[in-house]
Design a protein around this ligand. Sequence first.
Ligand code: SF4
Length: 59
Amino acid sequence: MKVIWDEDTCIHSGKCVQNLPSVFQVRDGRFVIVQDGATQDEIAKTVGQCPSKALRIDD
Ligand code: SF4
């Protein structure tokens, strides 16, 4: 399982960073996804809460 982020679709709401900071992080101004930073269920839940659908899971 891998999280894919579409930068052009992201509206930078910050919801993913707030909801699951062990996975979705901003480091030195760049968006970083720590793919193994939480359980698959936790990651899937946060991906589903992205308001712009910029996040998706590639199985
Ligand atoms: S929740 Fe979605 S729209 Fe918001 S910052 Fe994360 S990827 Fe971007």
